[in-house]
Design a protein around this ligand. Structure first.
Ligand code: 5GP
Length: 185
């Protein structure tokens, strides 16, 4: 029976991720002490990270999600951001923490920061699990970062390739480095 293990290598184990997510949650809980936090997750990739992060927080927390267009079957960024699902929550006056799985070019996150800022939040910060810092094309302020990773295509822990592998507990670097043909499991 196929186990659904990708062709590649483990970049970060579930244990390493869990321990870093706990550290992030401690920092966030400290920084937002006495406040009412609104976590905004970017679907679909951030759903696992957000679920773990949210459960480790010790401050009152509301949760909402945005969905944006993804790379689809390609692993190369298109630079085009499209809102597929907007927030249900009101953002005005609230302490908002935007939670994203991975920042590559920075186009998606910088667009979302601009979008949310226009809605007049009381405060707005960003939290990303993975930062591919060497790939940045536009500057974007990252307030909480799990790990800085090299320019490899990552799957697992919520991140997909062509819709697959989001359920894997570890983070994997796909073989064939950003090449969808070669790297496809
Ligand atoms: P950016 O707009 O910063 O170039 O890309 C952000 C989005 O691209 C992420 O939210 C994620 O959906 C996707 N992405 C970027 N790099 C990777 C990667 O290595 N693996 C996966 N699965 N998605 C990625």
């Amino acid at each position: 029976m196929a186990l659904g293990v990708p062709r590649g290598s483990i970049l970060l184990t579930a244990e390493q991720i869990a321990s870093r997510v706990d550290e992030l949650a401690r920092s966030i809980s400290r920084d937002y002490a006495g406040k009412d936090l609104l976590l905004v997750g970017v679907l679909t990739g951030a759903f696992v990270f957000l679920a773990d992060l949210a459960r480790a927080l010790t401050v009152p927390t509301a949760i909402d999600f945005l969905a944006v267009s993804s790379y689809g079957r390609s692993t190369v960024t298109s630079g085009v951001v499209r809102i597929l699902k907007d927030l249900d929550a009101e953002v005005a006056g609230r302490d908002v923490l935007l939670v994203e799985d991975i920042v590559d070019s920075g186009l998606t996150l910088s667009y979302l920061v601009r979008l949310l800022r226009e809605r007049g939040p009381g405060s707005l910060r960003t939290c990303v699990l993975l930062d591919k810092s060497e790939c940045r094309r536009v500057p974007v302020a990252l307030d909480y970062v799990g790990f800085t990773v090299p320019n490899v295509f990552v799957v697992g822990y919520g991140l997909d390739h062509a819709g697959r592998h989001r359920n894997l507990p570890h983070l994997w670097a796909l073989k064939g480095h950003r090449d969808p043909g070669e790297g496809a499991p």
